[in-house]
Ligand binder design. Sequence first.
Ligand SMILES: Cc1ncc(COP(=O)(O)O)c(C=O)c1O
Length: 323
Amino acid sequence: MAEPLAYINGEWLPHREAKISIFDSAVMLGDCVTESTRTFAREPFRLEAHVARLYDSIKVCRYDFDMPREEMLALSLEVIERNADCYAPDEDLWLVHNISRGGYPMSGDQSAKRVPTVMLHTAPMDLTYWAAFYLRGCHAVTPPSRMMPAQSLDPKIKNRSRMSYTLAELETKLVDPMAQGILLDHNGLLTENKGGNFFLVKDGVLRTPRTLQALAGVTRQATLDIARDLGIPAEERDLQPYDVYTADEAFFTSTPYCIMPATRFNGLPVGDGAVGEVTIRLLDGWAALTGVDVVAQALGQLAEAERAELFAQESWWTRRTSR
Ligand SMILES: Cc1ncc(COP(=O)(O)O)c(C=O)c1O
């Protein structure tokens, strides 16, 4: 299959040749905003919302950027279109936007006008890492490092300065190599994961932290929309670790996997330790909304032996498919 093309400032380059300067502010400072959109059956999901968030990030970061939003939308679709044949017909894609402030002046004088570096590329939507979590749930862990305060870097800016999340995730993996981090803020309130938002369910009510210390995830919003349509009450509010210890269900949300159930929290079972009914209804709601069942998609990407191992243990999925 042909090598996919990346777009960099007006040029279309095969991935192996798609390179930026060592002096780019993305490299020098991590000064780069980003978006990741996924397709469902090759249709980009809520692309307008991703591009709107990208333009909000660009504005707040004060980039000198004049590409009209419609042009960015058209370019995004063009990247997907140009790379369509580079992936298997039943494969979905990531579409990634990275936009940096541009070249970093080594002189110390930062006042010159800079031309942003606009980078768009695609990647296959590989869900194998999350496949087992859909059936068994993951272990959510609060690392000792705290969320960077929004007063320093507002997490609503989707950016590539990821050192704090990376260090927190490394701490999380010290507890359990497969654990997924949920960062606390300086007041001990739940915020988000390095790449996802967090929800819990208590007495049938869905609860998620407000976006004071978390990205306003597109998947978070879509999950709230699905809950509303299914008549599941939802609240955005402050949450503490205690709320997760005593919750009935918990899960993360993010673009690639939609919903990743969490069935343990800091070593204790969440609810009865199995993926819960509300989580399953929401996963079904995602399938209805997008026309793609992400759980089946993820399981379909596993090697036969891995799938057989997963199916050897009882889960909500094995119970459903054996009916
Ligand atoms: C820090 C962070 N929080 C939350 C999310 C989830 O956002 P979305 O649902 O828009 O993918 C992401 C996505 O990458 C993220 O990086």
